[in-house]
Design a protein around this ligand. Sequence first.
Ligand code: BG6
Length: 517
Amino acid sequence: MESDTSGRTARGHRAPPCAIVIFGASGDLTKRLLMPALYNLARARRLSEGFAVVGIDRTPWSEEEFRASLAEGVRSFVSDTGGGGAVAESFDPDTWDFIAARLTHLDGDATDPGIYQQLHKKLQEVERDYGTGGNVIFYLAVASALFGPIVERIAEAGLAAEKDGHWRRVIIEKPFGADLQSARALNERLLNVLDESQIYRMDHFLGKETVQNIMVMRFANGIFEPLWNRDHIDHVQITVAETVGVERRAAFYEATGALRDMVPNHVFQLLALTAMEPPNSFAADAVRTEKDKVLEALVPLNGEDATRNVVRGQYTAGIVRGQPVKAYREEAGVAPDSMTETYIAMQLGIDNWRWADVPFYLRTGKSMTRRTTEIAIQFKRVPFGLFRDTPVDALTPNVLVLQIQPDEGISLQFGAKRPGPEIRLGGVRMDFRYRDYFHSEPSTGYETLVYDCMIGDAMLFQRADSVEAGWAAVQPVLDLWQRNKSTPLEFYPAGTAGPDASDQLLLRSGRRWRPIS
Ligand code: BG6
């Protein structure tokens, strides 16, 4: 089913009535991201009067306690960020009252079929009491092992059926599978009981304004597109560097690592938006088909390439932002001989007309020197005729940098003549910063995604085929690591830009990573 996206450029209206059922209502994600997002939507008057939340989890809360706990979460966001962050500057009691009056709770185990009978009744109640119109979003903010079972129980209880013009949708958080096989199996399981149009696979990077802007920048400006190809672009670098380490997620991270955690999802979304062909429209499937085609055209990292073109790293002790950081292997819950990578760099090619022979370098890591997410498009150098006497290194390459976070903006680097009698070149930069031009509303990044699900626009969600294409591209690397336990793990001190071996990945073709610090 094609979603109606005709309103994508004029979407300030209220979402249709609906209930949102949150599985994992007492979890961190609900408290830190989802509730602040609902609060922000309510404050911007984008929620319907006919809105209600049903929280489900195993905490035996009364409805009062449930409300109080979530209110405290939203309030602490206000004070944590002091405005300018996830929620507005001051806690607005009227906005909170709007949400609180619509919050209800069910205490039970999401794998117990009995709870779905209660949920059935609850949904009838909220439809009657709040006017939710029979529309429901089931939000799965739970461990990934529960995705399949919960969706099956929802369907068994008849809650997934779309009747009489009412819709039923499911939002699924990541991780969507742990490899190609498990992602396929999960898709199959979900598609057994739901239609693809009911499934909203979340990648929170797509909720970021600057990620959405990649498409606008490319396709709303005539100057970029003619240059956006193998004739003019030397290579592309995508960096997602984090300063945080494994935090309290060792159990998850040990089994996951940087490749699974970041690449087939977030980093590939950035790659696909950078490399896709112009879609026919902003309709969800038009955009998603073009993105999917990029992932399907990735040159497989088979044989030698899975070793030659991939560097995995792990942080040792170091200093991050002035604070001492333990080695990954010394973190609580991490095996002392852990081979889990906290850093990954890879070189990929895209086998299509636009990008053949243009290397795409990707890197992401934890405990690095600075938090930055950027896409750098490096253009080819000029022919050297006129600057024969200038050392190659002194010729400033033209680089267009899309800075995704923090300090969101776009910059273009080019060469200019240094003042003086001789022709000497200096590298200069033209900078655009979002904050200088636009006032942005406080946001967790989830507002757009939740609102889009309410209005049935799946453009910013992942379709089954692209989730699988993402996993398929990294599967040869996962297989190699599984088969060959002695694939090198390169160490880097916390607070640096990653292991030396990742510099070699570029140096062998005379290229360099952009500095992170
Ligand atoms: C999550 C990963 O999906 O994305 C985390 O599991 C990572 O390990 C996070 O830290 C990064 O997201 P953001 O929005 O903080 O850049």
